[in-house]
Design a protein around this ligand. Structure first.
Ligand code: AYL
Length: 551
């Protein structure tokens, strides 16, 4: 195995052996408290970006304990799973922190999900309680009305907030569940390997699976970020919180990490150009965590000049490739901002590589160096041997932040790891002799639309249920203008079709009705005679990609 020398990170972080909650809010008298120097309880932790309401660290901890006590009195136990289904909000924070204080596993559901998709996650995760944003209650109720849906008593559905026009509905809201009888969890050595979060990822193949992120996975990731990712400084920085908390990027890097360094996060429900620009001006935001399409919107925005954005000094992009051209165009338009890039996966909790602001300049388009705590290999798919600097190989990882496995899915878990406990990413990378990595290809099925996962297998299974489709395959097509991939289907009609465009439009509309917004077939529908397959029946996506390139 080749070991590449990595200049810079001489410090390996201490690895905490406590729960995420104790790590975030250490009790100075407890043995298991966090080794990280704890910010002050009076520090502002989160700010509601729409109303300006602030909440301190002390209040976050206190409200979490109250919710935890309330959840226990509802009969929920340590190790049960709680689904949090909503856009970013201070209430989302309370639901997630309250579950953690009670030892309940947090399973966040994407707010864009259709009823079928929500139900899949509720059933698969074996959720016992659901926290829901009132606007999404109809979708949840539809999901729970399907015949195979589990039964949820009314007290196991908790509204994230009470809608003002319905002062006394059927379901309680968070504050109505709060109770004062909190008792801290007893934490024994070894408990840190218990599952803390279940985010959903399709991995290298198949449908979305629950990724078991343990307490130790999360705390060691934050420790590593606090060494490698030094952008945030208490008293100077304010962070923009638009990335969905329900995705591991938002969950770790926006919701959790800034809290450990005492930097406030301005919470916005989602990315929306005007509310982001006005929040930057109003709260003097200094640092933003984004995905490449956000940079595209800001780059072409006609509204930028109407706002004072002078506070913001940089943005960190991740979750999808960010090219050199876009970085340079952005820095030309916003000379006071530095763009850096990170890379990682849900399965690695997530960040494995990061570029610091000072490095970013000379390494645009690259993902940076390997983070502390991780070990990496680049492996040639054909020979199974490690490749040297400058050669492409599949990225494999080992380390304390690599997931435990896929929830209740031993087969997918064993396929994800190679001998020796190496996690196989399905991404192909090159490293230079200084330890800087670039992602050059993806050998897994995954498509990424604006940082969100689109599992082709899921769309293919759906397309096969269309009455006029005999076979189908889905790949991602790169859109330079939008800095994202777009899902495209290649379909084989059951009977010859005379009107190609009409049929393609029909299929696109049909899919759009059945999947969440980010999974729509924005890359189009192409009709073909047969899906290219290997003798064993595997779809040859490379052939389809080559076909798409020729167009
Ligand atoms: P998941 N460049 C190219 N591909 C990327 C990059 C990047 N910078 N980051 C992520 N990916 C792709 O689990 C890659 O194919 O991500 C990887 O296997 O939804 C897949 O996305 C993982 O998809 C960061 C950087 C968070 C990354 C993340 C991880 C997002 C989770 C914070 O700073």
């Amino acid at each position: 195995m080749s070991k590449i020398h990595l200049p810079g990170y001489d410090t390996e972080p201490a690895l905490p052996r406590c729960s995420v909650f104790d790590y975030l809010f250490p009790d100075p008298t407890s043995e298991s408290s966090s080794p990280y120097p704890c910010p002050d309880a009076r520090d502002v932790a989160y700010i509601d970006g729409l109303t300006g309401r602030e909440i301190t660290r002390g209040e976050v901890a206190d409200q979490a304990k109250r919710l935890a006590a309330g959840l226990r009195s509802l009969g929920l136990k340590r190790g049960d799973v709680g689904c949090v289904y909503g856009m970013n909000s201070l209430e989302w924070v309370n639901a997630a922190m309250g579950c953690q204080a009670a030892g309940i596993v947090v399973s966040p559901a994407n707010y864009g999900y259709t009823p079928e998709e929500v139900l899949h996650q509720i059933v698969d995760s074996t959720a016992k309680v659901i926290f829901v944003q009132p606007a999404l209650l109809p979708t949840l109720q539809k999901a729970l009305s399907f015949p195979h849906a589990p039964k949820f008593p009314d007290n196991r559905i908790i509204l994230l907030c009470r809608p003002p026009d319905k002062p006394d509905g059927r379901f309680k809201c968070l504050e109505e569940v709060w109770s004062d009888r909190y008792e801290p969890l007893r934490w024994r050595r070894g408990d840190e390997t218990a599952t803390a979060f279940l985010c959903y990822s399709s991995g290298t193949t198949g449908r979305a699976k629950g990724v078991e992120t343990s307490h130790h996975n999360m705390t060691s990731q934050i420790q590593a970020l606090n060494i490698a990712y030094t952008q945030l400084r208490k008293g100077q920085d304010v962070c923009l919180g638009i990335l969905p908390f329900g995705h591991i990027y938002g969950l770790t890097v926006v919701l959790h990490q800034p809290l450990t360094v005492g930097v406030p996060v301005v919470v916005l429900p989602r990315f929306e150009e005007i509310s982001v620009l006005s929040a930057i001006q109003r709260f003097k935001i200094t640092w933003a965590l984004v995905v490449p399409p956000v940079l595209i919107v800001l780059l072409h925005s006609k509204n930028v000049s109407k706002y004072d954005l002078s506070s913001i000094r940089g943005m960190q992009s991740g979750a999808a490739p960010l090219g050199k051209d876009l970085t340079e165009a952005f820095e030309r338009r916003f000379p006071s901002m530095k763009i850096t890039q990170g890379y990682g996966l849900t399965e690695t909790s997530p960040v494995t590589h990061v570029m610091t602001a000072s490095e970013g300049q000379s390494h645009r388009g690259q993902i940076g160096r390997l983070m502390p705590t991780f070990q990496a290999r680049l492996v040639d798919a054909e020979t199974g041997k490690d490749v040297g600097p400058g050669e492409a190989g599949e990225l494999w990882f080992r380390g304390p932040s690599v997931m435990k496995g896929y929830w209740k899915n031993a087969e997918a878990t064993s396929n994800a790891f190679a001998h020796g406990g190496w996690f196989k990413t399905g991404d192909v990378a090159v490293v230079d002799e200084h330890g800087y990595y670039s992602i050059v290809d993806r050998v897994k099925e995954l498509i990424k639309y604006k940082g969100f996962q689109v599992p082709p297998a899921e769309l293919e299974a759906l397309l096969l249920t269309h009455p006029k489709i005999a076979d189908a395959a889905v790949i991602g097509i790169h859109s330079h203008e939008q800095a994202t991939e777009l899902p495209r289907a290649y379909v084989v009609p059951l009977t010859p079709v005379s009107e190609h465009t009409e049929f393609a439009d029909e299929v696109m509309r049909w899919v759009a009705e059945k999947v969440s917004n980010h999974k729509r077939l924005r890359g189009g529908v192409c009709l073909i005679k047969a899906v290219p397959k290997s003798p064993s029946g595997k779809i040859l996506r490379k052939d389809l990609r080559a076909m798409a390139k020729k167009e």
